[in-house]
Write a protein that binds this ligand. Sequence first.
Ligand SMILES: [Zn+2]
Length: 278
Amino acid sequence: MIDAHIATRPGSPQRPNEDSYAAVADLVVVADGATAPPSLGTGCVHDPRWYSRELTAQAAAAHVRGPGASLADILSAAISATAAAHTATCDPNHPGTPSSTVVMLRARHEALDWLVLGDATLVLETPAGLSTICDDRLFRTNKDLREQVLSTAADDPERPARIAALVDAQRNFRNVDGGFWVAASDPSAAHKALAGTEPISAGTTWRAALLTDGASAAVDTYSLTDWRGLLDLLDAAGPNALLESVRKIENDDPTAHRYPRIKRSDDATVAYLTGAPA
Ligand SMILES: [Zn+2]
């Protein structure tokens, strides 16, 4: 038996939510479209919201068509299908083509398959213990430019230009060896993801949280609790309560002084999944 609770909300009521998710019985995929400063260009008539929604839908479809495929193969097929969906109108090879982080979990009879691409987070608790998986390769690039953004207040007029400089520089490291990997137009990125399989006995009780960075901030930026505490909070109060707690912390720190961060509030999604004997 799998029990799934999912919540998502935009970082601001004035902007569309660029996160997306899809669930097909035994597979859940959560994606976070990367915000692109308008000044940089994308070669695309769509937006990050279109990309993340198309990608999650294509991943769900690929899973249904080939349920025995690895998660990397499913994601690779989804990236290819999403790129194909806009070649007629856009240039998917543009360095600013829309991209997305991805976290996936698939429950099989005696195993859990997982995949993390980009700065999404998976928290997984099985009888073997608790693991937290996040791909931090993005944060090993452009440290100086990121620091320049974080050293300005959220309402500083210089901030948008500093963010644009950071995003522009990041494009040089996107989907190249030695840089960081995200879903964009290169299907091989799926095979650069962190991925694994956790064996479980049939009927084992397990818990998992799939989080975009706007939601994992509860622990990795705001220290609201630890990762096990996050699962406990989700168990007791549900995903929506977690996202409300995150927003409260952010609203109490509108200039991002106490908790330095790129965005005052980011789109946030959490899928809380549990497995138990039927
Ligand atoms: Zn497009």
